[in-house]
Design a protein around this ligand. Structure first.
Ligand SMILES: O=P(O)(O)OC[C@H]1O[C@H](OP(=O)(O)OP(=O)(O)O)[C@H](O)[C@@H]1O
Ligand SMILES: O=c1cc[nH]c(=O)[nH]1
Ligand SMILES: [Mg+2]
Length: 210
């Protein structure tokens, strides 16, 4: 099986991504755009959730109407930058339980170190959408999905804003069963492991710590 990879064809998504990429975008604008992109990517990543038909009454009369067949999936944010996407994701799924995975990449080895694991109890029953703006070498996302699987989830999806070909290939090799929804697939990684052209350090830009 090969990981399904989907870039939504949406003018708003592209325009908001351009805002995120601009060097001069300030922290407030960056954070707002990241949340908006989080809402769009969450909707797109979950567009194929199972539905059932149910009988309802509108103010005008009865009808058969679609509803979700199962409780909403959990949202899992990879700290820190995933918190920016989470803000928008929760607008779309306000009732979803939220998990946090703290991962930070060593700037020399580019390997992630885990510093927080806090996952919802009903992850196995609900499944999860894991959120991180950047899929660079793929190390952080691969580790995060590993943790979510370890916690018992089988139905897992991953959403990111920008992916690098290197990271996508590594992710596909590690988790071929996990579909990826992304805002864009960029050219490559540079010698420091940053995505080119990318948008810089998503965590620093979101939290004003540059
Ligand atoms: O695919 P990778 O090579 O693992 O790189 C991607 C990771 O790097 C960034 O996090 P960072 O380590 O900078 O932590 P932060 O969000 O706290 O800034 C980003 O948010 C991803 O989690
Ligand atoms: O380009 C990149 C790569 C990793 N992490 C980021 O925040 N940006
Ligand atoms: Mg960072």
């Amino acid at each position: 099986m090969s990981t399904p990879f989907h870039i939504p064809d949406h003018a708003l998504l592209r325009a908001k991504l351009t805002r995120l990429r601009r060097r001069e975008t300030d922290t407030v604008t960056f954070r707002r755009a990241l949340a908006e992109v989080g809402a769009i990517l969450t909707s797109e990543a979950l567009r194929d959730l199972d539905e059932v038909e149910t009988g309802i009454e509108t103010p005008v009369g009865p009808m058969r109407a679609p509803a979700l067949a199962a409780p909403e999936p959990c949202l899992v944010a990879i700290l820190r930058a995933g918190l920016g996407l989470l803000e928008g994701a929760r607008m779309v799924l306000p009732e979803a339980p939220v998990g946090h995975l703290g991962l930070v990449r060593d700037e020399h080895t580019l390997r992630p170190t885990e510093y927080v694991v806090r996952l919802p109890r009903d992850l196995p029953a609900r499944g999860a959408l894991v959120l991180d703006p950047m899929l660079a070498t793929g190390g952080s996302a691969i580790q995060a999905i590993h943790r979510v699987k370890q916690a018992g989830a089988t139905l897992i999806r991953f959403a990111c804003v920008v992916a690098a070909p290197e990271g996508l290939a590594a992710f596909r090799a590690a988790h071929p069963d996990v579909p990826v929804t992304a805002g864009a697939l960029d050219e490559r990684l540079n010698e420091k492991g940053y995505i080119v052209p990318g948008l810089g350090d998503a965590g620093d830009r979101c939290f004003g710590t540059e």
